[in-house]
Design a protein around this ligand. Structure first.
Ligand SMILES: Cc1ncc(COP(=O)(O)O)c(C=O)c1O
Length: 381
């Protein structure tokens, strides 16, 4: 039996891909929220978290919601996306990016990604724009910023709105500016494996007060602000609880540590895996600072079945990894797409354990096993 924390069970040690960093401060704030009696969505921590996280993104307003998928859904509804509309999204992302478009009644249109950033390739966007296109959702995949200046130029020229999907990129920057401050709005996830967590949770941030007010209504069944239990349109229960926000406020107080530690871990892996020239780790574009949500490794020429064998081999040696996302266009219920880069990269990549408490000795052990597994399976020379 292996437990969640990667600690020894029997004689086995197991390293998960992720584990949250929760200190006595999170505990203190949660106890405070519980003792206050405000355990649902009213309470001081929710307002405080919205304010602190918006500041962290250098953006004026934020609405906290129950998860990142809900944040995408309400932001699409708030910018007016609905049935008949198309939304351009990168083919390589967690499925929530496309699912939220479907939930809004619109159709996702898949764009290929750049090998350099693993994010939406701006050169592929123009040819996907039709009279039905309403919005673009660039994703800052695995913590690396998407090329926002080119994407914003295309959007402005074509009168399209932009929602940044920054679910995986808390603390990433383009120049000096944090991700989340480029689009018409941006969404983040605070799932337990993210750089900052609230257990489950999400937020929409924007400088557009009207857009944020619309999101605020939608997260609470669109209940009229002036007339209780009156609902002008369809809304949802997507509220964040005060207990979740209490965890979030503690994470904000520790944000510097939580967002910098992953970069150190990536640098360690980068050095330790350098002996194998067949491996490519997270690229770091000169114009961007990645949040390094997860350490990424691509093995040259690796195909899906071999990749899965490698994952199995590592698992048998106590190391959890995860495959890169599949191109979303491969899912049977979603439209097809011509996205060769996403298809190729998706097969060759996996993510290594990346969490704040991982020690130098542990990354060294994981790297050594990674090299040994690649050699045992004859994936490298
Ligand atoms: C790129 C991306 N978008 C959206 C989401 C959805 O967030 P959540 O799991 O909080 O609903 C995730 C979650 O992992 C994600 O990785």
């Amino acid at each position: 039996m292996r437990n969640f924390k990667g600690t020894t069970v029997g004689s086995e040690k197991f390293y998960p891909v992720s584990r949250p960093s929760l200190s006595s401060l999170e505990e203190e704030y949660v106890v405070d929220a519980v003792r206050s009696g405000w355990v649902s969505s009213l309470g001081a921590y929710v307002d405080r978290f919205e304010e602190e996280f918006s500041k962290f993104c250098n953006v004026e307003h934020g609405v906290a919601v129950s998860n990142g998928t809900a944040a995408l859904h309400v932001s699409l509804r708030a910018i007016g996306v609905g049935p008949g509309d198309e939304v351009i999204v990168p083919d390589l992302s967690f499925i929530a990016t496309a699912n939220a478009v479907c939930m809004a009644g619109a159709t996702p249109v898949f764009c290929d990604v750049e090998a350099e950033t693993l994010c939406m390739d701006p050169n592929g966007v123009d040819q996907l724009i039709t009279s039905r296109t309403k919005a673009i959702i660039p994703v800052h995949l695995y913590g690396h910023p998407a090329p926002m200046s080119q994407i914003m130029d295309i959007a402005r020229k074509n009168n399209l709105l932009v929602i940044e999907d920054a679910a995986e990129a808390h603390g990433a920057r383009i120049g000096d500016d944090p991700v989340g401050s480029f689009g018409d709005c941006a969404v983040f996830s605070f799932y337990g494996n993210k750089n900052l967590t609230t257990g489950e949770g999400g937020i929409i941030v924007s400088n557009d007060k009207n857009l944020i007010e619309k999101c605020r209504l939608l997260r609470d069944h669109s209940m009229s602000a002036n007339r209780r239990y009156w609902h002008e349109e369809l809304g949802y229960n997507y509220r964040m609880t005060n207990v979740q926000a209490a965890i979030g406020c503690a994470q904000m107080a520790r944000a510097d540590l939580l967002t910098s530690k992953r970069k150190d871990i990536f640098l360690r892996y980068n050095t330790q895996l350098a002996p194998l020239p067949e491996l490519t780790l997270n690229r770091q574009s000169s114009w961007a600072t990645s949040a390094v949500w997860l350490t990424c490794v691509e093995v040259a020429g690796l195909e899906e079945t071999k990749r899965d064998e490698l994952i199995q081999h590592l698992r048998q040696h106590g190391i959890d990894t995860r495959p890169y996302f599949y191109p979303m266009s491969r899912m049977p219920y979603l439209p097809d797409a011509d996205t060769p880069v996403a298809h190729e990269i998706s097969q060759s990549g996996l993510n290594l354990p990346t969490y704040v408490d991982l020690t130098d000795a542990e990354t060294e052990l994981i790297s050594a096993q990674f090299i040994e597994s690649c050699r045992a399976l004859k994936l490298v020379g």
